[in-house]
Design a binder for this molecule. Structure first.
Ligand code: LLP
Length: 410
């Protein structure tokens, strides 16, 4: 039975038909859901001039980027390659925010030449940038606000020990460098991490930037990053986006009044926009019972979805092929030659070899973190848009695995 929790179709296209047409494993994205998430965010922040800079790293398929553009979002890129993907998708350079971490100065120069906004994340980089460009190229500064946010230290990046940004405690040094090189600082930025539930954390971060902002007369925007939490478990609560919108917007407007000019508010969500739109369809190769555990072994693994093994992340799973089968407890495991548990101790409708299992919340950091480990092929990607399932990335072939290998004579 198709429920909101366990859908059997997207926009009227059955998941079974997608698995049949495109094979498994396959990532499937609901384009309508992406657009509606963009709308929710726009509504929540309707009181301020909002610019959404979609965190490309979450799901970087160019067709998805094109959809983001259609929905009215811009792009947050963390590598020159993501900048190039954004341009390929049709974004103007001015719609792209480039937030690298510790890249070479050559890459910064390439990005400047492409015309995107550079987010400076260290004092040495500020100096180098200043020497090269002075006031001729406006830039943004990434501040580390020293806020421990979210529940998982691996994805919390705005705390004191994090490598990201420039410590707020170094503000006076930042200001000296700005003065020395006559830097034109048009934006202040922070990103405290992923899976942040509490509206107060967003507000706390924003306030750090507002306070610092009075030292920068040329500002055009304040960028509060991403990190809104979405529900992975059925009982999970997600960030109350309306509450964040209301609180941060009110504080932002009060700040702008004091600052003396209306600035733009920028946000960089990844998960919020694409986590729930994505499903990974996998096929069961084997059901293996041990004296204590029943394993459902599928044609995928940590090479396609690394989040469970890397972060102990929970992804919902259901059996598409046997929706009314009796409930039993399974460990859903991959085919990689390592401990490769996608989901443990899950009640699923009886799983049989050949069944299609659906792994939920697979849109964000699914395909984009996939690899060829064990020399396995990466899956196809399919976007359902206007009631039609379209291939947006071909399944890899063995040729892709060896295409860059130089096989020498020995
Ligand atoms: N802005 C910046 C500068 C970021 O580094 C990130 C994520 C975002 C925005 C978007 O964060 P989001 O809204 O998606 O939480 N791979 C991990 C998450 C690490 C994200 C890294 N940066 C995961 O699968 O949970």
């Amino acid at each position: 039975m198709s429920t909101a929790q366990n859908p059997i179709q997207i926009q009227g296209v059955s998941l079974e038909s997608i698995a049949e047409e495109f094979g498994t494993p396959v990532y499937v994205y609901d384009g309508k859901k992406i657009v509606s998430q963009v709308k929710i965010l726009q509504e929540a922040f309707s009181e301020v001039p909002l610019k959404i800079k979609y965190a490309t790293k979450a799901l970087s398929n160019v067709s998805v980027l094109k959809l983001m553009k259609k929905a009215g979002a811009g792009v947050d890129a963390v590598s020159i390659e993501e900048v190039q993907l954004g341009l390929l998708a049709g974004f103007e350079a001015s719609e792209i925010m480039y937030t690298p971490s510790g890249v070479s100065f050559e890459e910064i120069q390439d990005a400047v030449n492409l015309g995107v906004m550079i987010n400076l994340d260290s004092i040495p980089l500020m100096r180098q940038f200043g020497k090269e460009y002075g006031s001729s190229v406006p830039a943004c500064i990434r501040i580390n606000p020293h806020i421990m946010a979210g529940g998982n230290i691996k994805i919390s990046v705005g705390h004191k020990a994090s490598k990201f940004g420039i410590s707020i405690e170094q503000l006076s040094e930042i200001l000296e460098v700005v003065k020395e090189y006559d830097l034109k600082i048009e934006g202040l930025h922070l990103h405290t991490g992923s899976d942040i539930l509490d509206a107060e954390v967003f507000l706390k971060g924003a306030n750090v930037l507002f306070e610092a902002a009075f030292n920068f007369p040329d500002l055009r925007f304040i960028d509060c990053g991403g990190g809104f939490k979405v529900a992975y478990k059925p009982e999970d609560i997600s960030t109350d986006i309306m509450e964040v919108g209301k609180k941060v917007s009110a504080a932002f407007q009060a700040f702008c009044k004091e600052y003396g000019r209306q600035l733009e508010l920028w946000l960089e969500p990844g998960k919020f926009l694409v986590s729930e739109c994505g499903l990974l369809l996998v096929k069961v190769n084997v059901v293996k019972k041990t004296p204590t555990i029943t394993f459902a072994g599928v044609d995928s693994g940590l090479n396609h979805l690394i989040r469970p093994m890397l972060y102990d992340a929970y992804h919902g799973v259901y059996n598409l092929s046997n929706p009314s089968g009796p409930l039993e407890t399974y460990h859903v495991v991959g085919y990689i030659c390592e401990t490769d548990t996608i989901a443990s101790n899950r009640e699923l409708n009886e799983v049989r070899a050949g069944d299609i299992l659906v792994i939920k919340n697979a849109g964000a950091y699914g395909f984009s973190m996939a690899s060829n480990y064990n020399s396995r092929l990466r899956p196809a990607e399919v976007l359902v848009w206007e009631g039609k399932a379209q291939l947006i990335r071909k399944r890899e072939t063995f040729e892709d695995i060896i295409s860059n290998q130089v096989i020498i004579d020995l």
